[in-house]
Design a protein around this ligand. Structure first.
Ligand SMILES: C[S@@+](CC[C@H](N)C(=O)[O-])C[C@H]1O[C@@H](n2cnc3c(N)ncnc32)[C@H](O)[C@@H]1O
Length: 389
């Protein structure tokens, strides 16, 4: 069985959580944000002509890069020999290194000795620094050569060769190149939409419908269709619903899913499943995050927004419980103020529990975790609820 090293993104709790059910985790290094895993569950829901490992990483929002473990060595010379043998065996001319735990000396030694050993190989580490996922993608290093990841732990060198990397062009297409975007509504990054989708569909049946009752421009619906699901998007704002449908069609052409996989309608989230036929609905949504502020809100404004968001979600949860929805993955707003976060999650979870929903805990043992950007007024507090009643 192959063992893989996964390089995780900036939100490790979420990255690890979305991997549940997709891999068996062997070891996670919190400091380096690296995860060793085996037994990867590859799926190809739309029969795409791609390698299994690329398909696997394309379905994840929180994993940046994936490398196959080649072997463990205790001697630097032996490590070098194995690397050189692999370079020599392929007629490719680029190579690069990323070293974790070995310090700059190990990286610069590898760069220097490889350059001296081969005449025709171009070592892509220009500044004696690890390669980034962006550099690997832009310079097509995996197509034209090799990237090796060396993880030094104590006396051991774990050698891995990168087999798949995030496709940044595809993310760009689904994000900045979407026909309709609205800065005031807030921009849900497609990677977070994928994470929510993966959290919502864990251990679910085959025939799920992904429902986003606050669909806005339709980011979650697009990710759902790309992953091979049927999807329903609804929103209170009629114009957004129309634009979500248009975005969905635009991406159907680019990512080759059926436009009929999605349906969109204008309705309050607290009635999102009324008068509509959907099989096995599960919720994946960014939710409503309250007003969109141009300046940091004061305490009263936060208090008012928190009340409104809670009221809305209570109604939505009541409706979803009535429809016996099994899983709800979503975000709540958490306002950054005076060095701390003002949240609504405690009251929200209490209400959910009364209705028979239990939160799935993250690896930190908590029922929620944050997805945030530096200096943002509002963070997203992510939760997953499972119906136990
Ligand atoms: C943060 S935005 C979601 C953006 C979306 N994730 C996207 O990809 O564009 C929140 C959305 O909730 C909608 N909304 C607010 N209150 C609502 C309600 N009571 N019912 C349904 N939608 C609502 C807003 O119109 C807005 O589109």
């Amino acid at each position: 069985m192959k063992t893989y090293l996964l390089v995780l993104g900036r939100h490790p709790e979420l990255s690890r959580a979305e991997l549940r059910g997709k891999v068996d985790e062997i070891f996670y290094d919190e400091e380096k944000n690296l995860l060793l895993a085996e037994n990867l569950q590859f799926t190809n829901p739309r029969e795409l002509p791609r390698g299994e490992e690329q398909l696997f990483i394309d379905q994840l929002g929180g994993t940046i890069r994936m490398a196959e473990v080649v072997g463990e060595y205790f001697d630097k010379t032996q490590l070098q020999q194995v690397i050189w043998k692999r370079i020599a065996a392929a007629e490719k001319f680029k190579c690069g290194f990323s070293v974790f735990g070995g310090g700059n000396k190990l990286l610069s030694d590898l760069i220097f000795s490889t350059k001296s050993h081969f005449d025709k190989i171009r070592v892509e580490n220009y500044n004696q620094e690890n390669l980034s996922s962006g550099q690997i993608f832009q310079r097509r290093i995996l197509q034209k050569g090799h990237e090796f990841i060396i993880w030094k732990r104590g006396e051991s060198y774990l050698l891995c060769e990168t087999v798949a990397n995030q496709n940044l062009r595809n993310y760009e297409l689904r994000d900045r190149k979407k026909d309709f975007r609205d800065a005031k509504m807030g921009m849900l990054p497609p990677k977070l939409a994928q994470i929510l989708l993966n959290l919502a569909t864990q251990n679910g049946s085959e025939d799920l419908t992904i429902v986003d009752p606050f669909c806005g421009s339709g980011t979650v619906n697009i990710e759902a269709a790309i992953a091979g699901f049927k999807t329903l998007g609804s929103d209170l704002n009629e114009r957004f619903v129309e634009k979500a449908g248009e975005n969905f069609q635009q991406m159907a052409e680019k990512f080759r899913y059926e436009n009929t996989a999605g349906q969109f309608r204008t309705i309050n989230a607290n009635r999102c499943l009324s008068d509509v036929e959907v099989s096995n609905p599960v919720i994946a949504t960014e939710g409503w995050l309250g007003e969109n502020f141009e300046a940091r809100p004061d305490r009263e404004t936060i208090h008012k927004n928190a009340g409104e968001v809670l009221d809305l979600w209570r109604g939505v949860l009541n409706h979803l419980a009535e429809h016996k929805v099994q899983t709800i993955a979503g975000c709540l707003p958490a306002w950054n103020r005076a060095g701390s976060k003002q949240t609504v999650s405690e009251k929200f979870l209490l209400h959910a529990q009364k209705l028979g929903y239990k939160p799935t805990l993250f690896a930190n043992g908590k029922p929620t975790t944050y997805y945030e950007r530096e200096d943002a007024f509002v963070a997203r507090e992510v939760f997953v609820l499972k119906r136990i009643a």
